[in-house]
Design a protein around this ligand. Sequence first.
Ligand code: NAP
Length: 231
Amino acid sequence: MSRILITGGNTGLGFEAAKRLLAIGHTLYITSRDPERGRLAAAELGCDFLVMDVTNDASVRQALTHYRSLADSLDVLINNAGIPGDRRPIETVDAALLETVFATNVFGAVRVTQAFLPLLQRSDNPVIVNVSSGVGSFTKQTDQETLESKVISPAYASSKAALSMLTLQYAKALPNMRINAADPGPTNTGGNFNRGAQSVTEGTEAVVRLATLDQNGPTGTFQDKNGLLGW
Ligand SMILES: NC(=O)c1ccc[n+]([C@@H]2O[C@H](COP(=O)([O-])OP(=O)(O)OC[C@H]3O[C@@H](n4cnc5c(N)ncnc54)[C@H](OP(=O)(O)O)[C@@H]3O)[C@@H](O)[C@H]2O)c1
């Protein structure tokens, strides 16, 4: 059984993924940027929680120190924390919006990965799952048959495209690990303004599958609930 850390585990897809992974016997550590939301979620799940704002170096360092007091290795890191950003008329999309969205969705994932990498390297089966999005897929955005091709959300879409590329880069640089990107698909959570058609169970299929890969599992892939996706 694995020790699994999931960022933004206090609600939405992160909470559901934690619940499902706990139910099959893994040891879960959720993170929350808000201590009270984290405490309540962890109490409901029955797991440990760490306070962590992924946009803040000191906060991630403190969370790492806290984690080290609980365990000396980590098997699975799920970079789930993310924000949608505003959907605005393109004329008002500015660098500040992109900086805000990238701060969480891209730089946050890199910050947490770098901090926890030494602990992952102590695992016999280190795994990273980056929760990306089909909205950030060039394949889906250019296929008129997909819902994602109808979405114009430059900050969010480009942040997830960047996270997917980072997944591929880390996978190539760290071939001893299984490092993959997951697309939950449009799911009914606060992060999707409660507009997604899918349940959180469907939305966590790919995350749970990729978090539970064995040493022979794939790395450097992008997957949704049905399997492989085009980048
Ligand atoms: N729902 C969908 O349709 C969908 C589709 C594709 C991809 N995704 C991705 O799936 C992931 C989870 O989304 P969700 O739908 O479950 O959204 P959600 O319900 O809004 O949950 C997002 C989680 O991320 C946390 N978070 C946000 N900013 C953070 C920060 N700076 N530091 C630490 N934690 C932070 C939130 O904390 P607070 O509770 O404090 O805000 C919350 O726990 C995201 O990466 C999202 O982009 C979602």
